[in-house]
Design a protein around this ligand. Structure first.
Ligand SMILES: [Mn+2]
Length: 319
């Protein structure tokens, strides 16, 4: 019997995996990718009697792979908080799925394990940007202000590591980063003793300071758009740079634009935090656009459509 752990390569996926593996030691096949690579179940070649644990990737996006495994006779355990659609009923299937806005996968795993590795769940809640919930959990757990800040930074750095267009952009392959975390029962020991933490902290600070030097393509009272250079550091930092812009100027909408492997732009749009509406409507005007009201994107904007996007973006959020 082989046990596969299939996990999102971000902070939430890593901390969910780490908690489970601390509770269930033993050899495992790890399947993961960059944060945006969520169709992971297609890659699992398991046989009848094998076990698969899935962490922090949408069931709906993996439905085909999931049904294939269940019908092969594989036992699947699924922890997640993303869009699920209809949850299949099957003897081989156990689902721990909760779409509440203040839940992340590591918190679901924390409940499952009766808080055995609770500080890793708090770390993940910070990493998944559930700041209020994370803060609340840290208070309830009796963590000091300094300890809480340490977990917040760790969550942010682990999350940062998952961003990038391909694995080659990342400081650590997420499976390798998990191996760095594996021996640390406490996140505070990981912070104090691990060379991986030092590398992530330094990388985060270097990339963010480069991003802070960028000049916006456009910036007014309503919105700002940034074109990131074609470089690994820019692909790593673009997601968290967008979060930072939003937190610093909550009254503005933001667009962060990066060149992707296919030679097109990937556009990430966030509506103003003070009025989180309309990002989806803007992005749906473009062929490969989609998303939610507060946060949406365009997967492949042709480079010659940049001006037209910027014009639509400005008009859209002025109204
Ligand atoms: Mn998550």
């Amino acid at each position: 019997m082989t046990h596969y752990y299939v996990f999102n390569g971000d902070a939430d996926g890593l901390c969910a995996l780490h908690q489970l593996k601390l509770a269930e030691p033993g050899t495992a096949n790890l399947i993961t990718g960059v944060k945006r690579d969520i169709k992971l179940l297609d890659r699992v070649q398991a046989n009848a009697g094998d076990h698969v644990t899935v962490l922090d990737i949408s069931l709906d996006s993996n439905r085909k792979g999931l049904m294939r495994l269940l019908e092969t006779g594989v036992a699947v355990r699924y922890f997640d908080h993303h869009h699920a659609g209809e949850i299949p009923q099957h003897n081989n299937f156990s689902a721990y799925i909760d779409l509440s806005a203040d839940i992340c996968t590591s918190v679901l795993v924390d409940h499952y394990l009766e808080k055995r590795f609770h500080n890793w769940a708090i770390t993940a809640a910070f990493g998944d940007n559930l700041i209020k919930r994370a803060q609340q959990l840290a208070n309830l757990a009796g963590l000091s202000k300094t300890e809480t800040e340490q977990l917040a930074c760790l969550g942010e750095y682990l999350n940062y590591n998952g961003y990038g267009d391909t694995l080659a952009d990342l400081h650590f392959h997420p499976a390798q980063l998990y191996e760095e975390m594996q021996s640390f029962v406490s996140p505070f020991d990981f912070i104090a003793k691990s060379a991986a933490f030092v590398k992530l902290e330094q990388g985060y600070k270097d990339d963010m300071s480069r991003a802070d030097d960028l000049q916006p393509l456009v910036r007014d009272d309503y919105c700002a758009a940034y074109l990131m250079p074609d470089a690994a550091w820019a692909r790593r930092v673009s997601g968290i740079f967008a979060n930072k812009l939003a937190n610093e100027s909550p009254e503005r909408a933001h667009a962060v634009i990066t060149l992707n492997q296919r030679g097109n732009y990937t556009v990430s749009v966030r509506a103003a935090l003070t009025n989180p509406q309309g990002a989806d409507v803007l992005c749906l005007q473009f062929d490969t656009g989609g998303g939610r009201k507060a946060a949406a994107g365009i997967n492949d904007l042709p480079t010659n459509a940049l001006d037209s996007f910027v014009t639509s973006f400005k008009q859209h959020f002025r109204n």
